[in-house]
Design a protein around this ligand. Structure first.
Ligand SMILES: *Cc1c(COP(=O)(O)O)cnc(C)c1O
Length: 451
């Protein structure tokens, strides 16, 4: 098959995610990937690209990791998949036990599913049914945030807050209580990050005070609203939010699908805030980006509300997926956890986090760099048309896309998030490679926007 055959058949038979197929067919041209190794992916022409987005935020230990490949192969030779109702298997048991042990907090029971969207759907349904079972049947609503992203299934879209993705489906969605996004660079309350008193939570407190009898839970992406544009906020925000949830008996659902597994420098982002959620959703890097798998982990308090002789069958959690707790995925996840433990992640990541912090400095003076933000191994540069007014470039100008194309020529995958250029590479990236990546990013930005 020649490259042109690949492209012809791809365009003829496939509809890609988040892709305007007409544009993709035109100037964008699909990039045909044949191989991955470490932080690099290689195309059919032998070009190498730094996978600086971890292949959509999933890959954490690089591509084609021999240990993960071996774990997968060995598991495939024993039991590849089995029904998970009435049956169980060792990879799922070990993984659940490992996760609960690592968390070492009040999150005790692991519910498996197979991607991030299902993990959040499970959390919402669990929280909803919990209050029904507790007899507080009026507690039916959820609080969610502007710019939030929790997945692409209808329940997850209901709590999403990105108009471009979500608005068209609004007649299909359940009603939620929407709160301001903690977007410090563009503070909804007009405050400065350094001096604010989290005024953005004042409205939320008023709503809770008035309506907590009707509110089942709150769902939030901890520290970083990723798909909304790598919007970052302070850990104290989560601390205060947790306190409000406690005060008003609202379940705190922590969507760590993207940030879990050390993206922010700690195992889970909530740990920066000294809090514990009631329900935790985790997926993406759970298998180091090898196979789709997710977990929704809840407290014993929630679990016990469902635990019953259940003569009428009404206290059961009726939810499951064909591939629930797939043994191949669980086996890879177990190996992933082993590798992470051996690396001693917080120590392992510290110099890399600093390398990003230092390397990002040179962007600051550029006329179109509005904001530079970082939490651990995630960093982002918000590009603006005008620094003073923080005015963004319009969608039509496609600045992000132009930088992306300039980046590809130089050997890095800089897929933008709105007008944000961001870096979220596999953790195995070295300090030299971070420097190289940031140089490519800087040069690509200057090619499009000038110096
Ligand atoms: C990616 C993401 C999801 C959805 O996960 P999928 O596996 O793509 O369905 C949910 N929540 C957050 C915060 C995400 O970043």
């Amino acid at each position: 098959m020649t490259k042109q055959d690949w492209i012809d058949d791809d365009l003829k038979y496939i509809w890609h995610p988040f892709t305007q197929m007409k544009q993709y067919e035109g100037e964008d041209k699909p990039i045909c990937i044949v191989k991955g190794e470490g932080i690099y992916i290689e195309d059919i022409d032998g070009n190498h690209y730094i996978d600086s987005v971890s292949s959509w935020w999933v890959n954490s230990l690089g591509h084609a990791n021999p240990r993960l490949a071996k774990a997968l192969y060995e598991q495939a030779q024993t039991i590849e998949h089995v029904i998970f109702a009435g049956f169980t298997h060792k990879p799922a048991i070990s993984l659940a036990k490992n996760l609960v042990t690592m968390l070492n907090c009040s999150l005790k029971h692991v519910f498996y599913s197979d991607n991030g969207s299902t993990a959040t759907e499970v959390a919402l349904k669990m929280a909803f049914q919990y209050w029904q079972l507790k007899g507080k049947t009026k507690k039916q609503k959820f609080i969610a945030f502007d710019n939030a992203y929790h997945g692409d299934t209808i329940g997850a879209v209901s709590v999403g807050g990105i108009d471009m993705y979500h608005k068209v489906y609004s007649p299909l969605l359940f009603e939620i209580i929407r709160e301001k996004s903690p977007y410090c660079y563009r503070c909804p309350c007009g405050k400065e990050k350094e001096t604010c008193q989290l005024e953005c939570l004042d409205d939320l407190e008023k709503i809770l005070e008035k309506q907590h009898d009707e509110i089942a839970g709150l769902i939030i992406e901890p520290l970083i609203q990723a798909a909304g544009g790598m919007i970052m906020y302070k850990a104290e925000y989560l601390t205060r939010l947790r306190a409000l949830c406690d005060k008003y008996q609202v379940l705190f659902i922590d969507d760590e699908v993207a940030m879990g597994f050390y993206r922010t420098g700690k195992l889970y982002a909530y740990q920066h805030a000294g809090i514990e959620p009631d329900i935790l959703c985790s997926a993406k890097a759970l298998t180091a980006g090898y196979l789709p798998l997710s977990v929704t982990i809840c407290t014993d308090e929630i679990y016990q509300a469902f635990y019953d002789d259940d003569k009428d069958g009404l206290k059961t959690f009726y939810h499951g997926h064909s591939y629930t707790a797939n043994p191949l995925a669980c086996a890879v996840a177990n190996e992933n956890l082993k590798i992470l433990a051996e690396l001693d992640m917080e120590k392992y990541l510290a110099p890399k986090i600093i390398a990003f912090q230092k390397g990002l400095e040179k962007f600051r003076e550029h006329k179109n760099v509005g904001d530079i933000r970082q939490w651990g191994m995630v960093s982002a540069i918000e590009i603006v048309e005008d620094k003073e007014s923080k005015k963004s470039f319009s969608y039509e100008e496609q600045i992000g896309k132009k930088i992306y194309q300039a980046g590809l020529k130089r050997g890095a995958l800089l897929r933008p998030m709105w007008n944000c250029m961001y870096f979220m590479p596999p953790y195995i990236i070295t300090e030299q490679e971070i420097e190289k990546l940031l140089t490519i990013a800087y040069d690509s930005m200057c090619e499009v926007l000038g110096n």
